[in-house]
Design a protein around this ligand. Structure first.
Ligand code: AMP
Length: 586
């Protein structure tokens, strides 16, 4: 297959912002694709080359890519740099350079998909001394044979900025449209949620059709997409929703970890499905000691503890350990963590995700012996709101964020990758309608004035709308930043800058600077109000208006553990608004 066939699809995808149209374009392409190629196509369309949880990462540094571009085209450095500063997007720059400057070769061969894919894989895998030169050579080799428009997408994918706006949900919808019926979409979703590998799901569908998905199960080594919780503001409402009785657990303020154990080999994944194993060798060791079986997938929260008092510390302490390559031993001593396990999704060859929670909890107690650093989440089955409130206070006193209520009914399965009322969070902020934290995505910024001249004065913040796969503005955030953070923001945000509003951002406001939705900040809001200038939950309360968070303050926490699509949803804000309203009226 020729790479240009895929590039034509990219161009078609870029020419529309309608998700339905994107779905159609992809479905048609999937149907006509040879099954041997569908896996790389799925990865590449989403800007990768392998499933997210694999170690291979593209994202070549701009400087190195520039060198490659110069080597491949022989263009003048000053001209390329000028273009780069003006355009900001490596794809556009590359295409323009190619159009004007490419060394003419008489015998350039048309690029095949395999050749491009293999080269990208090689670039991602090369490491160690001399690897930079090899990367330049490897990439220059395919660029040499690329047409300008092909080069545009090679540049984007290799620098980690594909940005076609094709979310996993769009690929799932397209696969269902191409290979299944509407009613069977759930099966496609489930196959993805338990394997986190859309390429694999696509390949099985292409080769064997929908029945082939029956062979896809939870696997040790493939992280399962995390089950998420809804929120409610009172024990009464939670108990009513759960049918009068539920299991309540401490809601730890730490880092979610999914551990895959395979005959002594342990791999740890974050909620974003990143491999955390090398950052937490202490957790690997203590889990190895506490686990009594052979194979399992268990889930829990990694909580920082004070070694002197044994008390839990705030989440920020464990975040000091994330991303560390150097000084890990010192960090482990300084910021020790404890694993509080709360679920068991797989044990000794058996997929437990379809079992009710009490059975999974029993499995957990069977395969784990409690140690100093590995424990089970503090849990109680309760049916009385007063008792729940008591347990909640106990959790807060122990340094937790609140409680997680979990259904123990027969249908209390593990719903991978979805948010629902089988789990409900009850956090301390929700007790007061004026004191709620939300996790919002930065989509734009406004230049500062006066004392803030030269830095950003405020950020345009958005919630996520999963139905539309769009980010909807909800607030202009200017408080809660200290000078050091303000100075740091441009550096943190620059790499996400886009020349115009990103296609996934819905905004009526014109920001001075736009960003690809990436950075998630924790924000404390004081009040919610109907607002004609924001797009969060637009038209849901009043026609032509959305919701705004008033008096927002940055809490100081960058939610680096959350992807933009893990941010607070527009629906959550709408629910908060409705609840707040009820209480004000009542
Ligand atoms: P939130 O990040 O506010 O949406 O809350 C959900 C997160 O709470 C999960 O992703 C876990 O990281 C965390 N958590 C803490 N304790 C528990 C628990 N006992 N059960 C499930 N999740 C928990």
């Amino acid at each position: 297959m020729l790479y240009q066939d895929l590039v034509k699809v990219y161009q078609a995808l870029e020419s529309t912002s309608s998700r339905l149209e994107m779905t159609d374009i992809l479905a048609r392409f999937f149907r006509s694709t040879d099954c041997a190629h569908i896996k790389p196509i799925v990865y590449m369309t989403q800007g990768g080359i392998v499933p997210d949880f694999y170690p291979e990462k593209l994202g070549m540094a701009d400087k190195l890519y520039l060198r490659t571009l110069l080597a491949a085209t022989g263009a003048k450095e000053t001209m390329v740099r000028e273009l780069w500063d003006r355009e900001g997007d490596p794809g556009t720059v590359t295409e323009k350079v190619f159009e004007t400057k490419r060394q003419t070769t008489l015998f350039s061969e048309p690029l095949t998909l395999d050749r491009v894919y293999d080269a990208l894989l090689r670039v991602a895998r090369l490491e160690g001394s001399g690897s930079q030169e090899s990367k330049v050579r490897c990439l220059a080799d395919i660029l040499h044979d690329a047409k300008p428009v092909e080069a545009r997408y090679i540049a984007r994918i290799v620098t980690g900025r594909m940005r076609l706006g094709v979310a996993s949900q769009t690929v799932i919808d397209s696969l269902a449209l191409a290979f299944a019926t509407k009613a069977e979409k759930g099966a496609v979703e489930r196959a993805f949620n338990v394997t986190s590998d859309l390429g694999l799901v696509a390949e099985v569908l292409c080769l064997k059709g929908i029945d082939g998905l029956n062979d896809i199960h939870v696997m040790v080594g493939n992280p399962i997409r995390a089950m998420l919780a809804e929120r409610l503001p009172s024990p009464e409402e939670i108990l009513e929703k759960m049918g009068g009785r539920a299991m309540f657990e401490y809601k730890y303020d730490g880092l979610r970890v999914q551990a895959h154990i395979d005959n002594g080999k342990i791999t740890l994944y974050s909620r974003r499905l990143e491999d955390l194993t090398s950052q937490f060798p202490d957790v690997v060791k203590s889990l190895g000691e506490a686990f009594t079986g052979r194979t399992a997938i268990v889930e829990g929260e990694c909580v920082p503890v004070d070694i002197n008092t044994g008390e839990m510390l705030p989440f920020q302490e464990v975040s000091h350990r994330r991303g560390r390559k150097h000084g890990l031993t010192a960090a482990i001593e300084e910021y020790p963590v404890r694993l509080q396990l709360f679920d068991c999704l797989y044990l000794e060859g058996e997929d437990l995700t379809m079992l009710p929670l009490p059975d999974r909890r029993t499995a957990l107690t069977r395969c784990i012996v409690i140690t100093e650093n590995v424990r089970l989440s503090e849990a109680r089955v309760l049916d009385d709101p007063a008792k729940v409130q008591e347990f909640f206070t106990e959790a807060l006193n122990a340094g937790c964020e609140g409680l997680m209520a979990k259904s123990i009914n027969d249908d209390s399965v593990y719903r991978a990758g979805s948010r629902g009322y089988l789990w409900i969070k009850y956090k301390k902020e929700y007790r007061s309608e004026m004191n709620d934290t939300v996790d919002l995505v930065v989509v734009g910024a406004f230049h500062g004035r006066g004392r803030r001249g030269g830095v950003y004065g405020a950020l345009l913040m958005a919630t996520y709308n999963p139905d539309e796969d769009r980010f909807e503005t909800v607030s202009k955030l200017g408080s809660g930043f200290d000078d050091a953070t303000l100075a740091l923001l441009p550096e943190k945000l620059n790499k996400f800058r886009t020349p115009t509003r990103h296609s996934m951002v819905e905004s009526k406001m014109e920001a001075d600077v736009w960003f690809e939705p990436s950075l998630v900040l924790e924000v404390l809001g004081a009040e919610l109000s109907v607002s004609p200038i924001h797009t969060c939950a637009h038209d849901r309360i009043r026609d032509g208006a959305g919701l705004a968070i008033r008096f927002p303050r940055f809490t100081g926490t960058f939610r680096d553990d959350k992807r933009p699509r893990d941010a607070t949803t527009s629906q959550e804000v709408l629910d908060m608004y409705n609840k707040q309203l009820k209480r004000v009226e009542g």
